[in-house]
Design a protein around this ligand. Structure first.
Ligand code: NAD
Length: 265
């Protein structure tokens, strides 16, 4: 059996309180990784960390708004102090920006907030964890989106921020390879988390997509958080030791086959 070589490693996951971040935290913990869960929603982060701790793995949580530089620094400081180091960063926290709108309807405040949470925060975390990851070699996975790869008329700020994530990833992969750090990104398609629906609705089970929409999904279903978490697990593991700067699309074939049709154009 393949050895992921993850046991004993230490990870920081932003947006780990729900959805893809939570699924990733659970999966890494199952492989023996100590997990630091960072989220703006402290109840959600605490719940994930407690659940992981009850299963016998090590987990801590830290409440932070990833758009705030001082809070980013404090979360890194707290988690590395608790674990005594860090080998894995999963930059996952993200927001849709607001109601889906076109570029001309996107005001400056919304643009800035989307860029700060989705893109700048990832740069801040990468910069902040570099001293730890460069000690023994490490791995970073940045959560982008299929919206980064295709253009999406109703989500200009979101799509541009996520395209920035793909390029940030390539840039850092080129820069940090010689330090033994691999940097990759994932581009999820439509995943049935509560993305963009706020804390209360995130705790409800997601509404299933309309039967008529499923015909646009080559694999016949929308994605689940675990479908993305398993690719993140692969990317931070030794199985992906010669992969860096890559962006892996996880959309069940949607983008290649039928995105334009699904969006009604
Ligand atoms: P989610 O809403 O369940 O999870 C996002 C998490 O990030 C939440 O726990 C939220 O509290 C946290 N968060 C939001 N803003 C934050 C901030 N400023 N500081 C700290 N934490 C913050 O949604 P999800 O689908 O799991 O989204 C995770 C990532 O996946 C996002 O970056 C999103 O852009 C990306 N993504 C999701 C989809 C999808 O269809 N669900 C598709 C493509 C990409």
């Amino acid at each position: 059996m393949a050895d992921l070589q993850l046991a004993g490693k230490r990870a920081l996951i932003t947006g780990g309180g729900s959805g893809i971040g939570r699924a990733t935290a659970r999966l890494l913990a199952e492989e023996g990784v100590s997990v630091g869960v960072v989220d703006i929603d402290d109840d959600a982060a605490e719940q994930v960390a407690s659940e992981i701790s009850r299963s016998g793995a090590q987990a801590v949580f830290f409440q932070a708004d990833v758009a705030e530089e001082d809070q980013v620094a404090r979360s890194i400081e707290a988690i590395t102090a608790k674990f005594g180091g860090l080998e894995i960063l999963v930059n996952n926290a993200g927001i849709p920006g607001g109601p889906w709108t076109t570029l001309d309807q996107t005001d400056a405040e919304r643009w800035e907030r989307t860029m700060a949470v989705n893109l700048r925060a990832q740069q801040l975390y990468c910069r902040g964890v570099f001293p730890y990851l460069s000690r023994a070699g490490g791995a970073v996975v940045n959560n982008a989106s299929s919206a980064a790869l295709a253009g999406w008329p109703q989500a200009a700020d979101y799509a541009v921020s996520k395209a920035g994530v793909v390029m940030l990833t390539r840039q850092l992969a080129a820069q940090w390879g010689r330090h033994g750090i691999r940097v990759n990104s994932v581009a999820p398609g439509i995943i049935d988390t509560g993305f963009g629906r706020g804390p209360a609705s995130r705790r409800q089970p997601p509404a299933p997509p309309a039967e008529r929409d499923l015909k646009y999904f080559p694999l016949g279903r929308v994605g689940h958080a675990e479908d993305v978490a398993s690719v993140i697990l692969f990317l931070v593991s030794d199985m992906a030791r010669y992969v860096t700067g890559e962006c892996i699309l996880i959309d069940g074939g949607l983008l290649q086959m039928s995105y334009p049709a699904l969006l009604g154009r």
